[in-house]
Design a protein around this ligand. Sequence first.
Ligand SMILES: *Cc1c(COP(=O)(O)O)cnc(C)c1O
Length: 421
Amino acid sequence: MTERPERPAGPQPHHPETMAVGHGYDAAAAFGAIKPPIVLTSTFTYPTAGAAKEAHRTFFETASPDEAEYIYARLDHPNLRMVQERFAALDGAEACAAFSSGMAAISATLLATVRPGDTVVHTAPLYGGTLGLLTGLLAGLGVRSFAIPDALSPASIAETMGVAVTKGRLSVVLVESPANPTAGLADIRAVVGAANALGRSDHRPLVLVDNTFLGPFGQRPLEEGADLSVTSLTKYAGGHSDLLGGAVTGSAAAVVPVRRLRTSLGTHLDPFSCWMMLRSLETLPLRAERTARNAATVAAFLRDHPKVRDVTYLGFLPEGSAARAVFERQCRSAGSTFSFRIAGGEREAFAMLDRLRVIRMAVSLGGTETLICHSATTTHYSVAPEVRAAVGVDDSALRISIGIEHPDDLVADLDQALAAV
Ligand SMILES: *Cc1c(COP(=O)(O)O)cnc(C)c1O
């Protein structure tokens, strides 16, 4: 391999769609190959003892570990750096840390930020894995969490944070918007405003947004003022249901401590998955656009179907509502994952699911194929019925993630399956 030429610093001159293709990789670094090699190695040779010392000093003691020569693949490796550079560019971020899963990214970010006795404020509902982390490991470390009753209301956000600060140092405000599986929205700017206001008299909490549902082409939390944005790359970013990954983006000052903890936890993204991610990111804008367009068609069909009670699709938020105002300001797309409730309960839902021929039954979302699941008996199996019902996940609720198939085939499949109900 030849030396990589210096990259010009400063703002990225190109559109995200252009940077999705090739940004972060320079063909001159690998024999002119148009696609990057997969660098399968656990360790890297030091040219001299002095270079070894310098690599360790840069990695462990400076604010820019990215400038260190490679040392050992758990610390950093070439494919990891390529993914991080590209995803940071797409998310409009200075820095990125890529992980072996979305949960690895969320866990490392929270563990790098909270200390025993702190408090955490969060939106509700939360992804099950995230909630489990708060109620399990973090609760065990004496970290108490407080849910915001209405994350569209600045008063409700400020009030919850006001309570949390009386119980301990409020270290993180965790926002999931749109929320899984309800597509409930939170006003990120209002959360940032409340965090800033608190920062004038007390410790300023870090604002962390889980942007998995919309991804960088549907919503950019950092532009709304969030400190860190976390994305499960397993979903839309990976996009083919064939890898697990996660990313945290933000300023270098906010990301570097999380990246350092990743070195201790050993949860970096491996070279092969990084390579697959680089390939996936090239088509993310195309997939995001097509899945969103298909979702609008399928959601409209379901809304008008007599056997469907309601649809949570973001494109249907009522004019004049607080949610609609936040949606229009904060989101560029309604995405392609939503829930709908059919007339009846578990029996009717199962009858419909078992007749589907094109749409596949599985958890997860954001792949090329359309996936559907009965939330109450799968993703929310271990959530108490009252808790589920409070967020609209009753026995008739189905979550669907629309893929890139022809929309007419998806509509026809749902139509024939609903005829069985
Ligand atoms: C799937 C998901 C996660 C976790 O991601 P993994 O890659 O499965 O660890 C986190 N948040 C949301 C909103 C998700 O949908």
